[in-house]
Write a protein that binds this ligand. Structure first.
Ligand SMILES: [Zn+2]
Ligand SMILES: [Zn+2]
Length: 693
């Protein structure tokens, strides 16, 4: 490799805006281009601009270059008069007619690379539609057509008093071109979407574009329908799940050519090339799906806030159960809190009953799945030809140990997270600090000997429902049952047409769906999510109970929710029962403060994987030592390393450690230092996740 592989930062002043074409013309004469790649290599790397390409190489365009022994697509991010490398290669060819990225997008992707520890090129690649990460030209991708949805007209509704108040605040900010973040806390069924629609209308009225993000790409068509019927087919651009790469690019190109556009899509739509951005809406802002799982592991919410800041736009984060971090930001007045505390049309909230599973009599005929109360209510609903949703948050691999008599769960004394049972070793393990203990045979709290291993899946629930209600039409919706791409949509549409009586599922069925004939929601076990080995388990449980509960009684019929649990007194369950977010927040934020978890600290998760267990373990220990010795006066705490919850996955052993600090920059810098000294053995992979979920 003749290129210098150390990191040269390119000052952003080198990046031109539309007005500074002249400056760029002279810079282009300088002879060297700074190029980054969609790979985990830092860069930028220097390449010579040959005479013949001087008029066509521009910042934001893609070029073909040789990198080592490979021919690669690179992104031009700057120019230079001189180069420190002695053997600089030429740019081979220019791919694009016009720059794909403007200065703001370059600035945003650079911010992502610094915040989430990936290369600038990786951040740029993730901001472009798949086809453009490689060498395809605009012409090659222009063939496919974008499919349209049928329109159905629904009229604009006059806002309620609470909706009006929220809208006043938002429109005031849009008028001022202020970059404000609003947290719209509206209970389920309170009409958050109507606020989004009218805020977008306002933005459109003053010539500004909007981006609307939904938590799951499968939900996009439903949301998009509502937006299209309000704003017309020609103004709404939808990234949906059935799109081919070529269609995605065509749409990207179309959006780019609009003066104003309304874009609807899942998280990657945050990078839509809209002009005159005025508003970004993030619906169900608490959802995990806004976090990108592969590098760069960005959090869409933070990217949205940064993009809005760069472009003077507003952000609306909407949720019935805001994330603790967002609500905390609102309490600190970093976000402006807007509340919709009532359901529209005076529909009441569903009645929530909690069933204490410790009191249930069990036998072979009555396994621990259904209480009498839930079984009876399912029977009643079926008789009245109403529909039922049964819900289990199944993260099947985590089994915990609890007392069936008093409900006590065995957790780590130093990390206050539930311990996970490992079949292989027969031990209980803490996934934060790697403490190991024998599972107790006697309850440490009540001294009973009814200790049990807990872990049920949706499949077992389905079997039990078919046994109890052989006449009922049942469907199961979880990731196992959804291997086919369209299966999700099909199940939902037959459920809507009332061709299914009972829908069983994981949290997937809790997301923003509206089925007026559903009167009963059963949460088979609140304990599964309550005892995930994760500091967010209480928050997740409260969210899930509220969201699934919100599915009941959306129409004329009154809704009912039954929650089965061994911990009926837990504050997450009590607050969900009373529909009281504020009560939950008060307790949870206290807990976070005591245990030193976010929002009071920031966390970075580092995972190492390798085919051999020893190799993974040795590598992470080595990395930990390097990070440790780079520590001077920084207050970064290192937890672990420990094996991941699922230690072996796809033939690879995985170990991880956490870095925790009050200031994110401290952890990021420390980890960078450690990683720069780390000599990664071949066959070892390192993944860094900033603010993991
Ligand atoms: Zn007990
Ligand atoms: Zn621990």
């Amino acid at each position: 490799m003749t290129n210098d592989t150390s990191f040269h930062s390119v000052s952003l002043e080198n990046i031109p805006s539309e007005e500074s074409d002249k400056i760029q013309m002279t810079e282009r004469e300088l002879g060297f281009a700074k190029i980054v790649f969609g790979l985990p290599v830092e860069g930028p790397f220097d390449y010579r601009v040959p005479e013949g390409l001087k008029s066509s190489v521009e910042i934001g365009k893609r070029v073909w270059v040789n990198f080592g022994k490979r021919r690669l697509v690179g992104f031009v991010v700057g120019f230079a008069r001189e180069s420190d490398c002695d053997d600089v290669k030429n740019i081979e060819a220019v791919i694009d007619e016009y720059p794909l990225l403007d200065d703001k997008m370059l600035e945003l992707t650079k911010w992502i690379s610094q915040r989430y520890l990936c290369s600038w090129g990786q951040a740029i690649a993730s901001a472009l539609p798949a086809g453009l990460r490689h060498g395809k030209t605009q012409m090659q991708t222009r063939s496919a057509a974008v499919e349209d949805y049928d329109l159905e007209d629904c009229d604009e509704k006059s806002p309620t008093a609470h909706q009006s108040r929220a809208l006043d605040e938002i429109t005031r900010a849009i008028d001022k071109k202020a970059s404000e973040v609003f947290l719209l806390h509206g209970i389920t069924g309170s009409g958050k979407t109507e606020v989004y629609l009218q805020a977008i209308k306002k933005a459109k009225g003053v010539g500004r574009s909007s981006i609307v993000l939904v938590p799951e790409i499968a939900l996009t068509p439903q949301t998009a329908e509502r937006f299209k019927s309000r704003f017309g087919n020609e103004n709404v651009f939808v990234f949906h799940s059935k799109m081919l790469d070529s269609q995605r690019f065509l749409l990207w190109h179309k959006i780019r050519s609009q003066k104003t556009a309304i874009v609807v899509g899942a998280r990657s739509a945050i990078f839509s090339p809209v002009k005159n951005l005025g508003l970004i809406v993030i619906d169900e802002e608490h959802e995990n799906t806004y976090k990108q799982e592969d590098a760069p592991r960005y959090n869409t919410k933070d990217v949205a806030i940064e993009r809005a800041r760069l472009q003077g736009a507003c952000v609306i984060l909407g949720s019935a159960t805001p994330s603790i971090e967002s609500y905390y930001s609102a309490q600190k007045k970093e976000f402006k809190l807007l509340k919709l505390p009532e359901r529209i049309q005076q529909r009441g909230l569903p009645l929530v009953s909690v069933v204490d599973m410790r009191q249930q009599k069990r036998s072979k005929q009555r396994p621990e799945i259904f209480s009498f109360a839930l079984e009876q209510e399912i029977g009643n609903a079926l008789q009245k030809k109403e529909q039922v949703m049964l819900f289990l948050n199944r993260r099947g691999f985590s089994t915990f140990v609890h007392c069936r008599k008093c409900g006590h769960v065995i957790s780590c004394k130093s990390c206050s997270v539930t311990l996970t049972f490992h079949k292989q070793s027969g031990k209980l393990v803490c996934h934060y600090c790697n403490n190991k203990t024998e599972p107790p045979s006697i309850c440490p709290k009540c001294q009973s000997s009814y200790m049990g291993y807990f872990g049920i899946g949706t499949q077992r629930i389905e079997n039990e429902v078919s046994r109890l209600f052989p006449e009922a039409r049942i469907a199961r919706m979880d990731t196992d049952a959804l291997s086919k791409r369209d299966a999700h949509q099909k199940i939902l549409s037959s459920f809507k047409k009332q061709q299914i009586d009972i829908l069983i599922g994981t949290q997937m069925i809790a997301k923003g769906l509206d089925f007026p004939n559903v009167t009963l929601v059963g949460v088979v076990s609140a304990d599964v999510s309550l005892n995930l080995p994760d500091f967010r388990s209480a928050e997740r449980t409260f969210n899930l109970l509220t969201q699934v509960g919100g599915r009941a009684g959306r129409g004329q019929l009154k809704g009912r929710v039954i929650v089965q649990t061994y911990s009926p007194d837990h504050y997450a369950i009590e607050s969900a029962k009373h529909h009281d977010y504020d009560e939950f927040y008060k307790k949870e934020i206290e807990n976070r403060k005591c245990t030193d978890f976010p929002p009071f600290t920031n966390i970075i998760n580092v995972t190492v994987r390798a085919k051999k267990q020893e190799k993974a373990k040795d590598a992470i220990l080595e990395l930990k030592n390097l990070v440790d010795s780079a520590k001077t006066d920084s207050e970064v705490e290192i937890l672990g390393p420990s094996p991941c919850i699922v230690e072996k996955m796809r033939g690879q052993y995985r170990w991880s450690m956490l870095l925790r600090s009050r200031k994110i920059d401290e952890s990021v810098n420390l980890l960078k230092k450690g990683l720069s000294k780390f000599k990664k053995p071949s066959g070892v992979y390192v993944a860094v996740d900033v603010d993991p979920l």
